[in-house]
Ligand binder design. Structure first.
Ligand code: 5GP
Length: 204
């Protein structure tokens, strides 16, 4: 497998906070039968109860994050809702080396950077059925204080405006159904669809 072929095995899943990305993805990947690995991102936000280092995120200090930016360790990174998040180059390359597809669960800013670097990446956008549903889900989840919740809700319009730039759109009305749809889509992407690169390609 050449590096070029490896770098075409990239899938991006984006969508506003509250669209259900993590829950849907956890369902789909739990079976472990897909040749896909989720890239664990770095974040400077504090862990939520139950989140585990190296499983949900790598939780770094702002200083550690800046040093890694300086050293070119990120494929992409962004400031989101007042914290920094980034995809480590080595994390992605590790999975490619093991012959897996890599899935990045990242925001729309990061997705734009990945699209530039890897025009062949498959881009999937997940959204909730309507605007009120985001707030309902975020409140129900109970992980955000009021400030963080407001910041996340304020970002939704701008994030939704990016949806047309993605190859596939899913509307998450029901967790099980959406997980089944995403699984079908991933199977089609991986096993059935021969895709031509959309641009020059980049092995960054
Ligand atoms: P949360 O704080 O809810 O875990 O994540 C906030 C947002 O950051 C979500 O939209 C999530 O997809 C995004 N995110 C997580 N990791 C990364 C990353 O490595 N890069 C970028 N650009 N966004 C990320």
């Amino acid at each position: 497998m050449t590096p070029k072929a490896d770098s075409s095995r990239l899938i991006v899943l984006s969508g506003p906070s509250g669209s259900g990305k993590s829950s849907v993805l956890a369902r789909v990947l739990a079976s472990g039968d897909l040749p896909i690995r989720r890239s664990v991102s770095v974040t400077t936000r504090p862990p939520r109860p139950g989140e585990r280092e190296g499983v949900d995120y790598y939780f770094w200090t702002p200083q550690q994050f800046q040093a890694a930016v300086h050293n070119g360790e990120f494929l992409e990174w962004a400031e989101i809702h007042g914290h920094h998040y980034g995809t480590l180059r080595r994390e992605v390359e590790r999975h490619w080396k093991d012959n897996y597809w890599v899935l990045l669960e990242i925001d729309v800013q990061g997705a734009r950077q990945i699209r530039q670097l890897f025009p062949q990446a498959v881009m999937i956008f997940l959204q909730a059925p309507d605007l009120a549903e985001y707030e309902r889900r975020l409140r129900q989840r109970g992980t955000e204080d009021e400030n963080s919740l407001r910041r996340r809700l304020d970002a939704i319009h701008h994030e939704l405006a990016e949806a047309p730039n993605y190859h596939y759109q899913l509307v998450n009305c029901d967790l099980e159904l959406t997980a089944a749809q995403l699984r079908q889509l991933l199977l089609a992407i991986i096993f059935q669809t021969p895709r031509e690169p959309q641009g020059g390609g980049n092995d960054a």
